[in-house]
Design a protein around this ligand. Structure first.
Ligand code: ZN
Length: 558
């Protein structure tokens, strides 16, 4: 590829690489992820430095992966030996192409799509963009093969101008980003191996994943200095089933679930309060009862879980919110049923004691502590349950574990158990209290200010990349104590699911997302804006790289 690139101006080089990458179909979960890794490796190997140092390009196979997917690494070492190293990383998989519908055969053909959208009068925004010639279409063009191409363009720049780089540059491409992030999770081991063997000091990792306007007509170019994390906050609600003929004697778990849903779902008063950031409230991702056929018995249990983005909040704070909401829901239901029962009893002249409608609320950790104290082997029951349901959805397995534990304890009391289930993405941001992170943060301010003056484009620094990204796995702001709060409340942790917490803590690399710019990722109108992405962004990334690698303070006062 180098031969085709070497005489082109930089923006054309990057476009050429991006087109070559988009042409390789690499839908998440398919062998296309292997094909794109091969393509990336082939491009890097064609660069002069790597033809001279072929051992500086290598791949790492994912463990136990039937498809043989792999991460690709390339290390450009500084001519003057130093440990100072910057990482560029990106993911190489894309989401599927079914959303293109009848256009599916052309999903990887930017020129066909541009011609098509130029005549598409059902959406004037996309039509104008296509007609302008400034936008490139196709699956993965925005998310994020153009970001990968920018990294490869910059790698080529430094291969040809090594004197501009006062440190090492490690470029890394990972598979499996669009669902479970296994590529980057396994790559943490490789980053640690390299750090130890080559004595590298990772000063900064730059992801090039896409950024988008936050509202229609938003002209701002965003740079993110961290990643939002994610937790799945789950409820297991056990009520007391009853015949509908005695409905007020029972505790209907769907009523508790409804109250919890009402109290959490899409409610901004439950969201974190952080000014000038994109902060989202919890959203309900699952809400069902246990019944799988019709009868006249009320439901015995209900299952409910919520997506929680984590910005600054600790896992413990999420747990406390879930618990508080469940306690309130149970108290409200008790009062409600007591009212209903009085009306009912009065109406039919019923005498005697009212039923007890109390339900206990506990965390999974509290639940298992009591079981362990009474001699129940939680680990063994977990293991047996997981083995019984090998292919089950992670979340369903968590519910089965809780039910197996309840059965072992013979515990049928109405209750709400609060827990976490996969996936879990750690959160990170550049912290003011950590000198190296604060330094990066100040450098971003300086570089964006300069870029604004030079290009006339408005830039803004935000702390939390609003889409989940691989960068979550290179650093985490959670302390060991905070991750303990997750693990002890996570059924099957280490058995059905885990993330490399030790490695992430050990790496703790400050991360930035300096992304290519475009619109409508994950839709058939996905498109990339060339003038900024190929013309401005590569220079910004290099400026940041050089500023971080050079020892001087660069006019920044920490
Ligand atoms: Zn992406």
């Amino acid at each position: 590829m180098y031969q085709e690139l070497k005489d082109l101006p930089e923006d054309r080089q990057i476009e050429q690489i991006a087109r070559a990458l988009v042409a390789v179909k690499s839908v998440n979960g398919t062998s296309g992820e292997v094909a794109i890794a091969d393509k990336l490796e082939e491009i890097i190997r064609s660069y002069p430095y790597f033809t001279a140092h072929p051992d500086h390009v290598w791949t790492q196979l994912l463990k136990h992966d039937a498809l043989g997917r792999k991460s690709v690494f390339a290390l450009l070492e500084s001519p003057q030996p130093t440990d100072r190293t910057v990482i560029y990383h990106g993911h190489m998989d894309t989401v599927g192409i079914e959303d293109f519908g009848a256009l599916e055969p052309h999903a990887l053909d930017p020129d066909y799509l541009r011609a098509y959208f130029s005549n598409y009068d059902k959406d004037s925004d996309v039509q104008q963009d296509a007609a302008s010639g400034d936008w490139l279409f196709g699956r993965g063009m925005l998310d994020m093969k153009s970001g990968d191409a920018v990294h490869l363009g910059n790698l080529l720049h430094y291969v040809r101008h090594p004197e501009e780089l006062s440190g090492n540059l490690l470029v890394m491409f990972n598979p499996v980003e669009e669902n479970d992030h296994e590529g980057i999770m396994e790559a943490t081991n490789e980053l640690i191996r390299l750090k130890e063997e080559k004595h590298l000091n990772y000063l900064l990792a730059i992801n090039g994943d896409f950024v988008s306007p936050l509202y229609k007509g938003d002209p701002t170019r965003y740079v993110y200095t961290g990643s939002a994390g994610k937790l799945l906050g789950c409820f297991y609600i056990r009520g007391r089933e009853t015949h509908v003929g005695e409905t007020l004697a029972g505790i209907d778990p769907t009523l508790i679930a409804s109250k919890i849903n009402e109290a959490l779902n899409d409610r901004m008063d439950r969201a974190e309060k952080i000014d000038n950031e994109v902060i989202l409230p919890p959203s309900c991702l699952y809400f069902r009862d246990r019944k799988d056929f019709y009868n006249v018995q009320t439901a015995g249990a209900a299952y409910l879980y919520f997506n929680y983005f984590l910005y600054e909040r600790t896992p413990k704070e999420v747990l406390d919110q879930l618990k508080g909401v469940a306690e309130q829901a149970c108290a409200d239901l008790k009062e409600f049923l007591s009212h209903q029962y009085s009306a009912f009893a009065k109406n039919c002249g019923l005498k005697g004691n009212a039923p007890d409608w109390s339900a206990e609320v506990m965390t999974y950790g509290e639940f298992t502590d009591t079981l362990t104290a009474s001699g129940i082997d939680v680990a063994k029951i977990t293991e047996d349950t997981v083995r019984k349901h090998p292919d089950r959805d992670f979340r369903q397995t968590s519910y089965r574990i809780i039910e197996a534990l309840e059965a072992a304890a013979g515990d049928k009391r109405p209750k709400v158990i609060i827990f976490f289930a996969p996936p879990y993405c750690p959160h990170n941001y550049l912290r003011d209290g950590v000198a190296a992170e604060r330094h990066c943060d100040r450098l971003v301010d300086r570089i964006l200010k300069k870029a604004e003056e030079k290009t006339g484009e408005p830039f803004a620094k935000k702390r939390f990349f609003p889409y989940l990204a691989d960068s979550s796995y290179l650093a985490m702001s959670e302390s060991d104590k905070e991750t303990d709060d997750i693990i002890s409340n996570f059924p099957g942790w280490g058995r059905t699911y885990s993330i490399p917490l030790k490695q992430i803590h050990q790496l703790n690399i400050p991360v930035l997302d300096m992304g290519v710019y475009g619109k409508r990722a994950h839709t058939w109108m996905e498109r990339l804006y060339k003038p900024y992405s190929y013309g401005v962004l590569p220079g910004l990334i290099r400026e940041m790289t050089e500023a971080v690698l050079s020892d001087e303070k660069n006019g920044v006062t920490d």
